[in-house]
Design a protein around this ligand. Sequence first.
Ligand SMILES: Cc1cc2nc3c(=O)[nH]c(=O)nc-3n(C[C@H](O)[C@H](O)[C@H](O)COP(=O)(O)OP(=O)(O)OC[C@H]3O[C@@H](n4cnc5c(N)ncnc54)[C@H](O)[C@@H]3O)c2cc1C
Length: 377
Amino acid sequence: MAQHPDVAIVGGGVIGLTAAYELAKAGFTVEVLDRGPLGAEASWAGAGIIPPGNFERAATPIDRLRALGSVGMPLLASELRDRTGLDTGYRRCGGIEFLHPHDRDVLELWEAEGFPFDQLTGDTLTQLEPAAAGFTGEPYLLPTCAQVRNPWHVRALIAACEQLGVRLRPDTPVEGWHSVGRRVTGVRLSSGATVAAGTCVLAAGAWSETLLKPLGQQPGVHPVRGQIVLFHRPAPRLQRVLMAGKRYFVPRDDGRVLVGSTEEPEAGFEKCPTAAGVNELLRFTTTLIPGWAGAEVEKTWAGLRPGSADGLPYIGSVPGWDGVLVATGHFRAGVQLSVGTARILTELLTGRPPAVPVEAFRLDRPPGCATQQAFRS
Ligand SMILES: Cc1cc2nc3c(=O)[nH]c(=O)nc-3n(C[C@H](O)[C@H](O)[C@H](O)COP(=O)(O)OP(=O)(O)OC[C@H]3O[C@@H](n4cnc5c(N)ncnc54)[C@H](O)[C@@H]3O)c2cc1C
């Protein structure tokens, strides 16, 4: 590793780590700085749903970014396994989404995008997923819906980064920037030391806004708490991800099931499960699957999603500054969007045209320009 890395990444969540991995593969020397343990925030807490996608036909930039994840995540999973021997938990388990009449626009987006989906009859639904008999709405089977197991996915990314010579620095809080004129030349640590770098990348998740402020940007990145209830092998068992609006059930291979999630911007940076949040998820569960009323709750937890003003991420340059890029605000979709985000950052740093137009994700976009998205969970 050169004394000064080509790239210093602030934040070792799934966004920072995937970017570090791709940039190191592209030949950059990379350093990742995290104020705590690596990959222990939203990227650990999430449910890991990877919805389907079709890059060629996706209608909007955000749907194209998601499609890069849908296609790229299985490749990343097998690459990480080859390099490290670690399983990310990537499984193309399929999913069932329950739609209501007001969700017609979502169906139109799916049709336009052209990934496989099938409307199920009540009988087929109960054959496929007996536990889902009590769900309301029209069930649609999404055979290419997939999942990763978040703690496994970040663990494999960390190991692969280490193997590629990325300098990983947990417990290293970044306090600000070092700049010369309008060029960011490094990061300032809370210890007072500076890490000089050719380019700095801000990927500090829900905490990004404080580091954007000194660069004259206040896009409104904010924490949105999401709680999860983990059931220990409830019966009847689920095979597929079940999605009902913003709520979902994600079955793991070992029979455990994650039920999520709440959306609580009012909680600020308070990251603990609450009686009200857990109660809401338990009520949701037992209303839809009454047979699970006696199931064992193994664990509950919460994470802070990096919310943005309009639900879309911020990816690309910082207006008025050289030497710094941003990749934050991925809200409910940071895992599925991580592959595309890392690709865009690598393209920007290698001077290639980005696969997805980054205009849509610029920091200074006008408010209210977000478009309809094909998935809500
Ligand atoms: C309950 C829940 C369910 C979810 N389900 C899904 C899902 O099914 N599919 C999906 O795609 N997404 C899902 N998400 C969203 C996804 O988890 C996030 O969008 C994603 O993890 C964001 O990644 P990140 O790297 O930007 O942020 P984080 O993982 O939060 O990482 C940011 C890192 O920056 C570090 N940091 C902060 N400030 C500093 C500083 N000053 N100096 C150094 N380091 C700093 C933090 O310590 C942290 O490690 C879910 C999220 C939650 C909470």
